[in-house]
Every structure is written in structure tokens, then in C-alpha cells.
Design a protein around this ligand. Structure first.
Ligand SMILES: Nc1nc2c(c(=O)[nH]1)N[C@H]1C(S)=C(S)[C@@H](COP(=O)(O)OP(=O)(O)OC[C@H]3O[C@@H](n4cnc5c(=O)[nH]c(N)nc54)[C@H](O)[C@@H]3O)O[C@H]1N2
Ligand SMILES: Nc1nc2c(c(=O)[nH]1)N[C@H]1C(S)=C(S)[C@@H](COP(=O)(O)OP(=O)(O)OC[C@H]3O[C@@H](n4cnc5c(=O)[nH]c(N)nc54)[C@H](O)[C@@H]3O)O[C@H]1N2
Ligand code: SF4
Ligand SMILES: [Mo]
Length: 899
């Protein structure tokens, strides 16, 4: 039962859109300043995502359901015993930017103040750590320097390492609207791939791996040489210009040399530099193509440098904009959830330690930074950390070198996992599995990319015995003897304390101070309207202005220009790839698809979201593919060059993509759990971390590709016939009015195709199954009952097996299941080799075939008529370039209309 009219915030990306409940739907909140009612396809599918096929409802110890009391007692006893034996540093926690501020606050307080271990890190280490480190170096504090409104009114928007159209669609929509309002607005995309975002740019710089710093140092050099730096701004509010100038004047940053190291044509580079020089205002949005690099912190600082030297900073329409990934990545940074922060933007200096200790009345305050994520799991493996509590993250899939994480968790004495489903790959390693309240059932605060604090509100009852994460942490804390410090009655209690703690920044130049909310009433917390910090009277623009110049949070109040030397020689795959005579080594770039969220636990079961990438796919340029013997639709083995125990590899389906450069391949990070854990990307991603931020360079793995020929291919609709143990398996949720089964399994094996053995292993009895021989293999039609012995049959599942890749039209096949049909229909469905339809618009479920048919049938000659008729591209707008492409392609097929 959903309570009506409840306002909350979308639990996916860091855009932070407002939503509201309406009947059984969840729709965009028109009063929320971030999205004004708009939602992307993930946000629009929230109601569907809430029907989790397998919710975790009760605490479990070693797989047995237990009472909460037993679970929390065992956790507290284990923690106490291990502390007594090995000290507090043997306890670790691994948190998530998907926790609410209140959950995050109590977890951090318990670990750093009461248990006395700073080995508490978060998946934000994989996500925002480089941006955090860069902000700290440049501004003296982790501050995102811009607001969304800066995108509405500017002259140039540069998107670096960000596929915004897919990953932050509602912010991208805002940019599309700004462009419509002001056609002179220029958009530049710096990304090695021609993404849907890049397709919509005025200029796309398809750079070589990690050559961003070269491009930015080259830009600064160009601005200096062309007298386009803001000398007054540099002198008055920055430090370090001379050293930076010395670096960028080196030969390697000339236009010619940067063109060589980045692989971008001189004219394109010069155009970008000229636009940056001429634009009175510019915003640079950056995300994982910048952060997830072994030089990620330097990349981010090189971008910030360009804004500081050109004075395009701290004013309307200007600034570097590190856009956050997870819904509460920013809230986690506010409470100090990273292992190298203590709390509220404070580190481990003496002052901070004593102030936080006094505020918390902490008996065991941690006094030095703890292990960052990758080191945390190494410490677990080597036995230094003996108890690990993992909350709201799935590191077995999302951390680099999955095998190492598995080894660590297997070896760890006591693993606690809090999750909403027992199906997360990490839950399988839990000694104690705790059922967490999910989005819609829990309440708290989240902060989005532009520091906007919004409420998530519960609108449905908690099922089973689930508890909010903060509640379970407090239950354990109380059993550890810290009753007074963790005796909160509500989220509001915790939020007030967090706000009050930020008051220790009052006497400093730090901007994060929300202590004016320390006395917020329960009512005010309940009715909270989105508000951006700083909450001060000077408005919500960060960096207070003094004589029209910004003041930063550094001791001198000046921003720091950081020398960021080029790393292409060390990090670029070009060098290594150039030495690869066999040319079977590739630069593996990884990232996101439009319609899935991370490890799929919250989106994999939603049919609408499962259609754009239906199985684990490796994208590769056709020329490179041919060179290594890969065929479109075939299988590839992706193997890390550091494959120690023949474990760091996995299989995926090959998809040709001629927009990629020839040395680069791409795969999404999502495949996990039953959907395709065998093809999880990070099994073969063993990469270096940024030495400053500790963030893994997920975008720069080097891999060997080998074609795999399968002897056996299978595709099943409906319940899977047997335990699948083939080399390759994947699952796609699929549902329509005729087909109410779970979905489509695709599998393939290397063992010889033996029909008799297969039938035996499936324990097929002749009464239940119908065997249909085809020229490409055979099909098993699983019959529920015979309706009419003469002709009409009812099926519950169809299994296809072949020694050839199976290429049938799924829509036709699915439509033939679960309805009575005559045998010839089955044959038609099985034999059909229609060209595959590709989903173009997820919001309205429009495929390329539907677009073509609409154009031909209705003789459509205007793009606007097409979008009006099919609605494709009219919701979030991210598919517009594809719609346009299909429209123009099909226009060439239709004879020109004579007027
Ligand atoms: N649909 C969807 N949206 C999401 C998420 C999701 O799971 N699904 N997750 C959210 C989260 S947590 C995050 S962190 C964000 C991430 O959002 P993004 O950072 O936009 O997404 P990614 O696909 O990880 O990577 C962005 C781009 O970096 C490029 N890149 C790779 N190497 C380089 C390089 O050397 N230089 C440059 N300039 N670019 C490079 C890649 O080609 C890729 O297109 O998305 C958020 N939004
Ligand atoms: N190769 C590669 N790897 C990457 C990346 C990449 O670009 N390439 N990106 C990295 C980035 S930026 C990120 S952010 C990470 C994301 O990686 P993860 O954080 O591991 O991914 P999620 O699937 O979001 O995991 C969240 C888990 O929390 C559970 N959950 C959901 N709601 C709640 C709740 O309210 N309480 C609790 N306790 N649990 C809940 C979910 O079921 C799920 O198991 O992946 C990183 N890994
Ligand atoms: S843009 Fe992000 S926050 Fe907004 S609806 Fe989509 S996923 Fe949710
Ligand atoms: Mo992220």
C-alpha cells in the first residue's frame, strides 16, 4: 500500500530528482527545483523496481533465519572479542554513497569515535575520491564549485569523461534546453568514445586514454601565449601560477605535441582552445573519465587550473563541476565517510581530533587515516582486518580484481552484510546477513551534486523484519556499551546532531557548516523543502565574495594552482599497445549503460530496463575484431594481463562498434548476480590506483582478447530446465501480456553438443515436452497441458539448443508462449530469422523497426511528426540523436515528397 502525495528523492543518480507518489505510480515532483517534474527512464520505472523478486526480510546467521536480537548480539560479541584480541584496527566497515546521511553519520561515528578504527571506507572511493582530493588541494575544502543553474546561462559547456545523456539525463536535458534557448551556446565533449552525449556536441575530442592532462596543460599554455589568462584574478585569488606556467611551457604541451599524445587533430584542439579563450563564461562538467584514472586527481586539478587562470570561476555560468554519481555521494562526504576524513570536512589534524572527540564524547577516537577501499580489502585478505561490515554496496562485483575481493571475504573471520536482497553477490559471503529497509520504506536526507539537501521519505510499510541501516548500527552500538551516544529516537535526532557537529567549522574558513539546523524541529524535518548549502545569507553560491573576488577555504584564502605533469608516458595504453606485435592486447574502457543501475540488484528485474543491453557485451571496432578473429555475435574471452591463477578472465558476447578507436574496447560494469556474474567486468580489471586519492583506474585496464568458439548454444524462455553450469550464462528479465514467466536465459558451452546427454540431464519426459527438429538445431517446447489433442497446445516454456548461435526474434517467440497455438505457429516462431529489433526509446518502448514502420506507413517527412506520433524522445530526451539518425536514414529510402 503506497501512501499518497508523499514527496521523496529518486534513489539513483546524483542529479537528485524529486518524486511524488500518485496512486500506484511514482512520478516527477513539479515543485522540486532540480527536475521540475521530469524523470529519466530509471526514475520513471521506480514503481516497477520496488517489486523485488527476492527481498531479504529476516536476519540470517550462516543462512539460517534468526531473531534480530541474536544477530546483533553475535555481531557485538564478535567485535568486542576481536578488539580485545587484536585491537580496534581489526574491525573494518565498507559503506556506500547510497546510504542516507543519517545512516552514514552513525556508521562513521561508531567506527571512528567509539570502536576507534578509521578503517571505514566507502564505494565513493571508486567514484568521487579523485574529485574530493582535487577540491581539497585547490580550494582547501571538498567543495563542488558550481550550481545546476550555471548550466542554464553560459557560453560554453565542456563535458570531460562524462556520458551525461545516459548517466545524468535530467541535467543533460537542462543543457539541451539551454542550447535551444541560446543556439550560440557551444558544447564540447572530451571522451574516447563517441557516446550519445558526444553525438550531440558541437565538438567531440576523442582522446587517447588518460591524455586529459596534456589537453588541459596545452590549453593553459595556449591561453598564456594568447594573452587570454586573467592576470588580475590570478594575482589576487590564486597561488602557484609561476610553477604552473613553467610546467605548461614545456615543449610537450605545444599544440603539435598535445595533438600527438592525445591523438586529436590539431584543428580540433585549436578550435576547443579558441572557444575556451573567447567564451566569456564556461562550465566544465567532469565525471568518471576523469576520476577513475591513476592520475585522476591531477586530471581534476588540471581542469580546475584552467578555470582559475581564465578567471572563469565562482561566478554565474562559470566553474569546474564535478558531478556526483550516487544519490548521496555528497552526503557521505559531508559526514566524513571516507577513511582519510574524520567528520564534517575535517581530517586527522590535532584540532579536528580534539574537537570531534569532545563533541561526540568519544572514548576511542581514531587518530589517523584508515585504509582506502583497495587496501582495506587487502588487509582483510592478509588477516589484519578480522571483522568487516559491508553496507549498501556489492564489492564482489564493483571492486577491481573481483577474485581478490572474493578471496578476502572467504578468508575473513566474520563478514556482516546489510542489503535489501540475498541475491547480491556479496551477500553470499556473509556470516551475518542483515535485512535493510529499502527506498520507499526508509527516511532521511540526501545531498545531490549541487549540494541540494532533499528528503527521502517513507511511503510504504517495512516488510518482514527489515530495519533502517542507522537503526541496526545503533542496535549493535548499544550492545557494545555505547547506549547513551547511540540512543536516537528518529532520523531527525541524528540529523540535528550531524548539523550541530558541523558547527565546529564555525571558527574556521570551511564552508560546510549547517549548524543553523541543529535545532530543526521534528515538524520542520518532516516538511523539509530542498535547500542548498551554504545556507548563509550570501546565497547559495560557494566561495564568499570579498570586493567581488572569491575567498577560498585555504589558510591564505587563495585557491591553489597545482602543477599537474603529463602522465601519458606512464599511463597511456598507447605505449604498451604500440609494443604489442600480435595486436591482441587492448585498452579496456568500462562504464555505464543508460538503463541499468550498477550491479543490477535494483534494475535487473524491471523488464523495461532490461531491453537495451540484453546480455554481457564487449564492444569492439570491426577491423580490430577481424584482426583477432572475433565475429559479431560470437564469444570473446577477456583476460587481464595480470592473470595470476587463470581466474582473472571472463566471457562476453562480441558486438561490433565502428565508432570506437581500434585499440579500445568497451564493456559495461553492470553484469552481476543471476543476470551475468560470470561475465562481471572487474574479474579482468586489475588496475593501478591514483596515488593521491586511492581511486582505481577502472577506465584503463589492459586486456588480451581471444575468440572462443562454443560447441553448444542455448536459449530458454521461462523456467530454466536445469541448473545452468555452462561457460557462459546470462538472464534477461522479459515480461509482456502473453508471457508472464521470469525471462530469457542465454547460455553457451564448450562441451560437444550431445542431444541425448542433454535430454537426459534435463530429465525430460516425453509427455511434457515436444521435440521440434530444426535445420539449425532443435527446440524443446514444454507443454503445460494439451488443450485440444488435435491441434491446440499450451506451452510454459521453450528451450532452443543448437551448435550454431541462436538468432531468433525474441518478440515473436515470446508472443507464442503461454497462449494456445497450433503447431505451425511454433515452427514459424522458431524458424523466424527477422532482423533483430533494437530498442531506441526506453521511456516509450519504441524500437528502430517501429520507427521505420511509422515513417513508411504514414509517409512521415518531418522529424517532429514522428516524435509527436510515437512520442519517442519526448520524455527524458536522451535517445533523440538515435531517433534522428533513424529518421534521416529512412528518409533516404522514401522518394522525395513533391509539394
Ligand atoms: N544509467 C546509469 N546512470 C548512472 C549510474 C548507473 O549505474 N547507470 N551510476 C551513477 C554513478 S555512481 C556514477 S559515478 C556516474 C558515472 O557517470 P559517467 O562518468 O558519465 O559514466 P561512465 O560510463 O562511468 O564514464 C564516463 C565516460 O568516461 C569515458 N572515459 C574513459 N576513459 C577516459 C579518459 O581517459 N578521458 C576521458 N575524458 N574520458 C574517458 C568513457 O568512455 C565514458 O563514456 O553515473 C551515475 N549515473
Ligand atoms: N569496471 C568498473 N567498475 C566500477 C565502476 C566503473 O565505472 N567501471 N564504477 C564504480 C562506481 S563509480 C561505483 S559508485 C560503484 C558502484 O558499485 P556498488 O555500490 O557495489 O553497486 P550497487 O549495485 O549500487 O550496490 C548497492 C548494494 O546495496 C543494496 N541496497 C540497496 N538499497 C539499500 C539500502 O537501503 N540499504 C542497504 N544496506 N543496502 C541497499 C543493493 O541491493 C546492492 O547490493 O562501482 C564501481 N565499479
Ligand atoms: S536523472 Fe538521476 S535522479 Fe533524476 S530520475 Fe534519472 S536516475 Fe533519478
Ligand atoms: Mo559512482
Amino acid at each position: 500500500m503506497i501512501s499518497q502525495g508523499i514527496k521523496s528523492a529518486c534513489p539513483y543518480c546524483g542529479v537528485g530528482c524529486g518524486v511524488v507518489t500518485k496512486q500506484s505510480e511514482i512520478i516527477g515532483d513539479v515543485s522540486h527545483p532540480t527536475n521540475r517534474g521530469a524523470l529519466c527512464v530509471k526514475g520513471s520505472s521506480l514503481a516497477a523496481s520496488m517489486s523485488q523478486p527476492n527481498r531479504l526480510l529476516y536476519p540470517q546467521i550462516k543462512g539460517e533465519v534468526v531473531e534480530w536480537n541474536q544477530a546483533t548480539s553475535q555481531i557485538a560479541e564478535t567485535i568486542s572479542r576481536v578488539i580485545a584480541e587484536s585491537g580496534p584496527e581489526a574491525i573494518g566497515m565498507y559503506l556506500s554513497g547510497q546510504l542516507l546521511t543519517e545512516d552514514y553519520y552513525v556508521a562513521n561515528k561508531l567506527m571512528k569515535g567509539f570502536i576507534g578504527s578509521s578503517h571505514v571506507d566507502t564505494n565513493s572511493r571508486l567514484c568521487m575520491a579523485s574529485a574530493v582530493a582535487a577540491h581539497n588541494r585547490a580550494f582547501g575544502e571538498d567543495i563542488v564549485a558550481t550550481n545546476y543553474s550555471d548550466l542554464d546561462n553560459t557560453d560554453l559547456i565542456v563535458l570531460v569523461g562524462s556520458n551525461l545523456a545516459w548517466t545524468h539525463p535530467i541535467v543533460f536535458k537542462r543543457i539541451q534546453q539551454a542550447k535551444k534557448q541560446n543556439p550560440l551556446l557551444k558544447i564540447v565533449v572530451i571522451d574516447p568514445r563517441k557516446t550519445v552525449t558526444a553525438e550531440q556536441a558541437d565538438l567531440h575530442l576523442a582522446l587517447a586514454n588518460d591524455s586529459d592532462i596534456d589537453i588541459y596543460n596545452g590549453l593553459i599554455r595556449y591561453l598564456i601565449e594568447n594573452n587570454a589568462v586573467d592576470r588580475d584574478f590570478i594575482a589576487q585569488v590564486t597561488e602557484g601560477f609561476d610553477a604552473l606556467q613553467q610546467e605548461v611551457m614545456k615543449d610537450k604541451y605545444s599544440l603539435l605535441e598535445v595533438s600527438k599524445s592525445s591523438g586529436i587533430a590539431i584543428e580540433q584542439l585549436a578550435t576547443f582552445y579558441q572557444w575556451m579563450k573567447e567564451a566569456p563564461r564556461a562550465v566544465t562538467v567532469f565525471c568518471q573519465g576523469v576520476n577513475q584514472a591513476s592520475c585522476g586527481t591531477d586530471k581534476a586539478n588540471s581542469i580546475i587550473n584552467s578555470h582559475l587562470v581564465s578567471g572563469k570561476m565562482a561566478k554565474q555560468g562559470c566553474g569546474p563541476f564535478s558531478i556526483t554519481g550516487q544519490p548521496n555521494a555528497m552526503g557521505g562526504r559531508e559526514v566524513g565517510g571516507l577513511a582519510n576524513q574524520l567528520a564534517v570536512h575535517r581530517g586527522f589534524d590535532d584540532d579536528s581530533i580534539s574537537q570531534v572527540k569532545a563533541f561526540w564524547q568519544a572514548p576511542n577516537i581514531a587518530t589517523k587515516a584508515g585504509h582506502k577501499a583497495v587496501d582495506l580489502f587487502k588487509s582483510v585478505e592478509n588477516g589484519d582486518i578480522r571483522v568487516l561490515w559491508i553496507m549498501a554496496t556489492n564489492p564482489v562485483i564493483s571492486m577491481p580484481d573481483n577474485e581478490q575481493v572474493r578471496r578476502a571475504l572467504e578468508k575473513c573471520e566474520y563478514v556482516i552484510v546489510s542489503d535489501i536482497t540475498p541475491e547480491s553477490d556479496t551477500a553470499a559471503y556473509a556470516d551475518c546477513l542483515l535485512p535493510a529497509a529499502a527506498w520507499g520504506e526508509k527516511s532521511g536526507m540526501v545531498t545531490n551534486s549541487e549540494r541540494m539537501m532533499s528528503r527521502q521519505r517513507a511511503f510504504t510499510a517495512m516488510p518482514g523484519e527489515v530495519k533502517a541501516d542507522w537503526q541496526m548500527i545503533c542496535d549493535v552500538a548499544k550492545k557494545l556499551g555505547f547506549s547513551k551516544a547511540f540512543d536516537y529516537q528518529s532520523e531527525a535526532d541524528i540529523f540535528r546532531e550531524h548539523a550541530a557537529l558541523s558547527g565546529i567549522n564555525n571558527s574556521t574558513d570551511l564552508l560546510f557548516d549547517i549548524s543553523c539546523l541543529a535545532l530543526l524541529s521534528d515538524d520542520d524535518y518532516q516538511t523539509w523543502q530542498p535547500q542548498q548549502w551554504p545556507l548563509s545569507s550570501t546565497g547559495n553560491r560557494v566561495f564568499e565574495q570579498h570586493n567581488n573576488l572569491p575567498l577560498f577555504s585555504t589558510p591564505t584564502r587563495k585557491a591553489q594552482l597545482v602543477v599537474t605533469p603529463s602522465q601519458t608516458e606512464n599511463t597511456s595504453s598507447n605505449v604498451m599497445l604500440a609494443q604489442d606485435a600480435s595486436q591482441s592486447i587492448f585498452w579496456l574502457n568500462t562504464g555505464r549503460q543508460r538503463d541499468q543501475w550498477h550491479t543490477m540488484t535494483r534494475t535487473g528485474h524491471v523488464p523495461v530496463l532490461a531491453q537495451s543491453e540484453v546480455e554481457p557485451s564487449l564492444y569492439i571496432h570491426p577491423t580490430s575484431a577481424k584482426h583477432v578473429g572475433l565475429v559479431d555475435g560470437g564469444f570473446v574471452c577477456i583476460e587481464s594481463l595480470e592473470n595470476y591463477q587463470d581466474l582473472n578472465k571472463h566471457l562476453a558476447r562480441v558486438v561490433f562498434d565502428s565508432t570506437l578507436s581500434q585499440q579500445q574496447v568497451f564493456m559495461s560494469m553492470h553484469w552481476a548476480g543471476k543476470y551475468g556474474a560470470k561475465s562481471a567486468i572487474n574479474q579482468s580489471v586489475i588496475v593501478a590506483c591514483d596515488p593521491i586519492s586511492g581511486q582505481p583506474s577502472f577506465k584503463s585496464a589492459q586486456v588480451k582478447l581471444t575468440p572462443i568458439s562454443m560447441e553448444f548454444h542455448g536459449l530458454s524462455l521461462g523456467d530454466i530446465p536445469t541448473q545452468l553450469d555452462y561457460e557462459y550464462t546470462s538472464f534477461q528479465t522479459y515480461q509482456n501480456e502473453h508471457y508472464q514467466h521470469k525471462g530469457i536465459w542465454r547460455y553457451a558451452g564448450m562441451a560437444c553438443f550431445d542431444k541425448t546427454a542433454l535430454l537426459r540431464s534435463l530429465s525430460v519426459s516425453k509427455q511434457q515436452y515436444l521435440l521440434v527438429e530444426q535445420k539449425w538445431g532443435f527446440a524443446l517446447v514444454q507443454l503445460a497441458k494439451v488443450i485440444n489433442p488435435d491441434a491446440k497446445l499450451n506451452t510454459t516454456a521453450i528451450h532452443l539448443f543448437s551448435d550454431q548461435p541462436i538468432n531468433v526474434d525474441i518478440t515473436t517467440l515470446v508472443n507464442s508462449v503461454n497462449q494456445p497455438f497450433v503447431m505451425t505457429d511454433v515452427l514459424e516462431a522458431l524458424g523466424c530469422q527477422h532482423s533483430k529489433q533494437t530498442l531506441v526509446c526506453s521511456c516509450f518502448q519504441i524500437t528502430d523497426l517501429m520507427i521505420e514502420q511509422a515513417i513508411v506507413t504514414n509517409n512521415i517527412t518531418l522529424l517532429s511528426d514522428l516524435t509527436k506520433q510515437l512520442k519517442c524522445g519526448t520524455n527524458c530526451g536522451t535517445c533523440l540523436p538515435q531517433v534522428e539518425r533513424h529518421f534521416f536514414e529512412s528518409q533516404q529510402l522514401i522518394p522525395t515528397v513533391q509539394l
